[in-house]
Design a protein around this ligand. Structure first.
Ligand code: HPA
Length: 269
């Protein structure tokens, strides 16, 4: 695996002029950040050696290097979900590659179901902790090159970036929620009792991504900031029949606010 990661990193380094220190993974319906990018290089995932290819509708498969304001960033447009049939090693493969590219900060967005009864559809929740109800991506053979065998997870999400997001929320008048994201495999959405269970154990929102990437990034010492768009509610009395389109529609409505917050988070330094 390490050889493949090194080959992929070398390929990408050859394609992009400068290595950025910040990477962004764009989640469901949140692709609009690319409209704010001065794009320099686009590489299709299928052209990148060893890179998995995304199969979900609404998810593109492009790696983009460009400038956000005056900040160089690497953007992953399209990510790999465990429910698509990838192994966890494949899901976190791009994060491993990012480490070799010199990425220091990773910003991730996702769509999630809200279980906190104070939440509404369209809310932005910044993630301050998670509960991993998926197979742990670090299971299996350990490679010390990537960090500890038993990585500390007492503060997975960068407290400095979390504080900055709280400050920006006030400054830009973009309301945010904050809470714990429960990572599940999917692809089924939750039954009412599953939502209730996840609420009881401390979850505020639930989704099918982000946790594997956050674990891998944190193990390697990459700072992580993650935010969810609440696209549906897993709150007793508010649970509705849901399609993937509902999720995308709700995410798209909130996208401009989240995009603004994330742009400031990355460029105001
Ligand atoms: N559950 C799991 N994943 C999701 C949800 C949900 O309710 N909404 C968006 N992604």
């Amino acid at each position: 695996m390490l050889t493949a990661i090194k080959e992929t990193a070398s390929y990408i380094i050859e394609k992009i002029y400068e290595t950025p220190d910040t990477a962004i993974i764009l989640g469901t319906g949140l692709g609009k950040i690319v409209d704010h990018l001065r794009v320099d290089v686009v590489v299709n995932y299928e052209d990148i050696p060893h890179f998995p290819v995304s199969t979900v509708e609404g998810h593109e498969g492009k790696l983009i290097s460009g400038l956000l304001g005056n900040k160089r960033v690497l953007v992953m447009q399209g990510r790999f979900h465990y429910y698509e049939g990838y192994t966890m090693q494949q899901v976190i493969f791009p994060i491993r590659v990012m480490k070799l590219l010199g990425i220091k900060t990773l910003v991730v967005s996702n769509a999630a179901g809200g279980m906190n009864p104070d939440f509404e559809i369209g809310d932005i929740m910044i993630i301050n902790d998670h509960i991993c109800l998926m197979p742990n991506p670090l299971l299996g053979k350990h490679d010390p090159e990537f960090g500890a065998r038993f990585p500390d997870m007492s503060q997975t999400y960068d407290p400095v970036l979390l504080q900055k997001a709280r400050d920006l929320s006030k400054k830009l008048h973009i309301p945010i929620r904050e809470g714990c994201y429960v990572g599940v495999t999917g692809p089924t959405l939750e039954t009412p009792k599953e939502y209730q269970y996840m609420r009881i154990v401390g979850g505020d929102a639930v989704g099918m991504s982000t946790v594997p990437e956050a674990i891998a990034a944190h193990q390697m010492g990459i700072s992580i900031f993650a935010a969810s768009v609440i696209t549906d509610l897993g709150v007793p009395g508010k649970i509705q029949k849901l399609t993937h389109n509902d999720v995308i529609e709700a995410a798209e409505k909130t996208a401009p606010k989240l995009t603004e917050l994330i742009i400031h988070l990355i460029t105001d330094r």
